[in-house]
Design a binder for this molecule. Sequence first.
Ligand SMILES: NC(=O)c1ccc[n+]([C@@H]2O[C@H](COP(=O)([O-])OP(=O)(O)OC[C@H]3O[C@@H](n4cnc5c(N)ncnc54)[C@H](OP(=O)(O)O)[C@@H]3O)[C@@H](O)[C@H]2O)c1
Length: 397
Amino acid sequence: MAKVLIIGAGGVGHVVTHKCAQVPEVFSEIVLASRTEEKCKRIAAQLQRPIKTAQIDADDVKQTTALIEREKPAIVINVALPYQDLAIMDACLATGVHYVDTANYEPIDTPKFEYSWQWAYQERFRKRGIMALLGSGFDPGATNVYTAYLAKHHFDTIEELDIIDCNAGDHGQPFATNFNPEINIREITAPGHYWENGTWQTTDPLSVSRLYDFPEGIGPKKIFLLYHEELESIVKNFTTLRRARFWMTFSENYLTHLRVLGNVGMTSIKPIIYQGQEIVPLQFLKALLPDPSSLGPLTKGRTCIGCLVRGHKDGKEKLAFVYNICDHEACYREVGAQAISYTTGVPAMIGAMLMLTGKWQGAGVFNMEEFDPDPFMEAMTRHGLPWSVITPIAPMA
Ligand SMILES: NC(=O)c1ccc[n+]([C@@H]2O[C@H](COP(=O)([O-])OP(=O)(O)OC[C@H]3O[C@@H](n4cnc5c(N)ncnc54)[C@H](OP(=O)(O)O)[C@@H]3O)[C@@H](O)[C@H]2O)c1
């Protein structure tokens, strides 16, 4: 039915390509392009159906524009790095092609992410008659839709939101990140922010924690407050929210490594001169750490990511937790990737599918919670990420 161009052949690109290949009635042709074409070819060789591959530097708008003009896709799924978002959006504008990504723009030399840069494309996308769907991964992505789903079906008003991301899996490595190490460490070492009573509150990195009892046998885990990009759009689109926070689990071992690396300067993005050559310590660290896509065969255990919402229904206070549990080994059996790449790649495919089938339509730049959550929730169950809603006993402090 439609041709898709996927940009980025890392852990997430691997899953997006596999999942698009599973839905030929929507994605009738697939082109996978990345900086290192060899990685695209390796993914292509694992599939049951032929796809095209290409080499591209997506920082270069002209190269992406030329590739789009040559291949004529109906949609571009950007699963390269956040640094490429604006350049790829520019190429989509130049060619009149729809756009999907999973992470908001971040300038390479400033550890700061926010939607302002991409929201600024609103008028240009609207006038061009094309759609950009921002943050169609799990968090952001499924978490935005989970919030919209609870608001639509379980509450009259939602007042408190806690997005909770638990990776209870183990890859057996002394220290590794589950997605791009550079992006991951930039996010975790940044100050925490959360929304309360109409303003952003700031906390020192990883300084606020709680114990949360996860369902289905995962049990109690320590969670840490972080800033995460979906909070920015969710508080804008759900104005009754009095408080909105994001939490993630980390093991003591992970935090100890991170602390030591931070103390010796290895997580810094400030360039230094080493033996006459300029290097960025965090980029050098990335080169030393295991490639997240190599963790697939090693990772055991489950993830649980969900949204805990407190609000009112029929005049009564209510609490609900909507979540998915994903098994690392089951993901590896299905597509040869661990659950973090899987939980990101499946929603990216679903976002593109809903756009191509006309279920989510619009001209302009959109966040996930702006659309009807029902077709997305239905597709999540059908494509490998089933979810449940439960009523927890107590709200989070
Ligand atoms: N929303 C969510 O839930 C969520 C969760 C996890 C990750 N993410 C996002 O998903 C994206 C991909 O993450 P990942 O873990 O798959 O990262 P990754 O394994 O590092 O893969 C990134 C891929 O992009 C390619 N790339 C980088 N710069 C490029 C350029 N200028 N032109 C073309 N290709 C380029 C890389 O090429 P090389 O192979 O040559 O390096 C690599 O193949 C990131 O933006 C990340 O923030 C979102």
